[in-house]
Write a protein that binds this ligand. Structure first.
Ligand SMILES: NC(=O)C1=CN([C@@H]2O[C@H](COP(=O)(O)OP(=O)(O)OC[C@H]3O[C@@H](n4cnc5c(N)ncnc54)[C@H](OP(=O)(O)O)[C@@H]3O)[C@@H](O)[C@H]2O)C=CC1
Ligand SMILES: CC(=O)[C@@H](O)[C@H](O)COP(=O)(O)O
Ligand SMILES: [Mn+2]
Length: 394
């Protein structure tokens, strides 16, 4: 039982990533409020070792077992008290530790699904950054959360904004959710220029500093497509009542429109430590020393409609959500494969939506019944999209 003065025991999946590092920045500012129980990284052994030395968790997990000896060598004898685990079993073990109060789910991609699912089944509070989990298995995750009593607190800036704008209001009074999108680096580029965009250009997000995968998703607008599906599950909102507006300044992080015409927006500087702090401390707020939002200096905020002709991923995501069942899992897996291929310069920018569309066209589609089915669909879609890419390169 958490008292007012008890520290929250945190498990942080993806601690070496952009969200993980921002989370640890917040934790380091509030040593009286939070204790790091477990950390989990992918391959960044050096950074994980540094984090272990600094935060002294009881558990740490790395993806490959073969990296454990190198990780152990980087630790001093005191830090070596940590129990080192590896792989999916390790992530799943720490996700459901009985002594954990809150799990930060910040592994990128479908790899975050199983540990997040375990935390949900264990009835934990989950600060959810890993949107892919809800995209591919939203029905299963939300239904398990209802059964176990798990709370899912959104970290994704738009969903965190919507969550804030919903506080103190009646769900029945909501007319629409309006998600803002920066539009990415290419929102005002013509199609023929976007077509030749390089990974380096796509990785230059105008407002946010994030991991490579989500940054490319922002450039294609697939990020907003995934966020529509995420909002659909998180807020039980029908697809047709989730709108997207391009807002290049990323100051309004999203809005809720009510039946009386009131629109409640959450605004802040684009810094993920703000939504992370809110999720970590909800319903309280933490006093964080960050630059203020200076509206006079900003002077204007702008809004434009999204262009699905230049950014077809938005349409593909909406269609996959409308078709439902296993389609969003196919969309997500094909996107992960295509984004990786783009980053490795094996395909061009507009090959991303093409690969996703072709993969979706090959899919039969089933009603979503089980986690196993999600994993099988994910595997199938990865194989199909990889073969479409291989065929294109022949
Ligand atoms: N960054 C942001 O501002 C935002 C991110 N999100 C979401 O949060 C999640 C994380 O994003 P972000 O922090 O940017 O991503 P990063 O790429 O910066 O970090 C990803 C983290 O996941 C780990 N990881 C990668 N692959 C695997 C794997 N197969 N198994 C286990 N761990 C793995 C990485 O480990 P390592 O580096 O050690 O290999 C790293 O710790 C994504 O789902 C993203 O959509 C949502 C809103 C905003
Ligand atoms: C910070 C965050 O939540 C990201 O999802 C961000 O919103 C990406 O920016 P886009 O609006 O460009 O997708
Ligand atoms: Mn977002």
């Amino acid at each position: 039982m958490m008292g007012n003065t008890a520290k929250k025991n945190l498990v942080i999946l993806g601690s070496t990533g952009s969200i993980g590092r921002s989370t640890l920045d917040i934790v380091s500012r509030f040593p009286d409020r939070f204790k790091v129980l477990a950390l989990a990284a992918g391959k960044n052994v050096e950074l994980l070792a540094e984090q272990i030395r600094m935060f002294r968790p009881q558990y740490a997990v790395i993806k490959d077992e073969k990296d454990i000896p190198r990780l152990a060598r980087l630790l001093d004898s005191e830090a070596l008290q940590v129990k080192l685990l590896s792989g999916t079993d390790g992530y799943r073990h720490i996700a459901a530790l009985p002594e954990a109060d809150l799990l930060v789910s910040a592994i990128v991609g479908a790899a975050g699904l199983l540990p997040t699912y375990d935390a949900v089944r264990a009835g934990k509070t989950i600060a959810l950054a890993n949107k892919e989990t809800l995209v591919i298995a939203g029905k299963i995750i939300t239904s398990e959360a209802r059964k176990s009593g798990a709370s899912i607190l959104p970290v994704d800036s738009e969903h965190n904004a919507v969550f804030q704008a919903l506080q103190g209001h009646r769900k029945d009074d909501v007319k629409r959710i309006i998600l803002t999108a920066s539009g990415g680096p290419f929102y005002n580029w013509p199609r023929d220029k976007i077509e030749k965009a390089s990974p380096d250009q796509a990785l230059k997000h105008p407002n946010w500093s994030m991991g490579a995968k989500i940054t490319i998703d922002s450039a294609t607008l697939m990020n907003k497509g995934l966020e529509i599906i995420e909002a659909h599950w998180l807020f039980e909102m029908p697809l047709e009542r989730i709108a997207v507006v391009i807002h290049p300044e990323s100051i309004i992080h999203s809005m809720v429109e009510y039946i009386d015409g009131s629109v409640i927006a959450q605004m802040a500087i684009p810094d993920m430590r703000i939504p992370i702090a809110y999720a970590l401390s909800f319903p309280a707020r933490l006093k964080i020393d960050l630059p203020i939002l200076d509206l006079i200096e900003l002077s204007r905020l702008s809004f434009l409609p999204p262009d699905e002709e230049r950014f077809p991923c938005l349409r593909l995501a909406r269609e996959a959500c409308a078709r439902g069942g296993t389609y969003p899992a196919v969309l997500n897996a094909a996107n992960e494969v295509a984004v990786q291929a783009f980053l490795e310069k094996r395909i061009g920018f507009y090959d991303i939506p093409e690969v996703i569309q072709k993969t979706l066209e090959k899919h039969g589609g089933e009603a979503l019944e089980s986690l196993e089915q999600v994993l099988e669909t994910d595997k199938w879609a990865r194989e199909v999209s990889a073969s479409i890419i291989a065929e294109k390169r022949r």
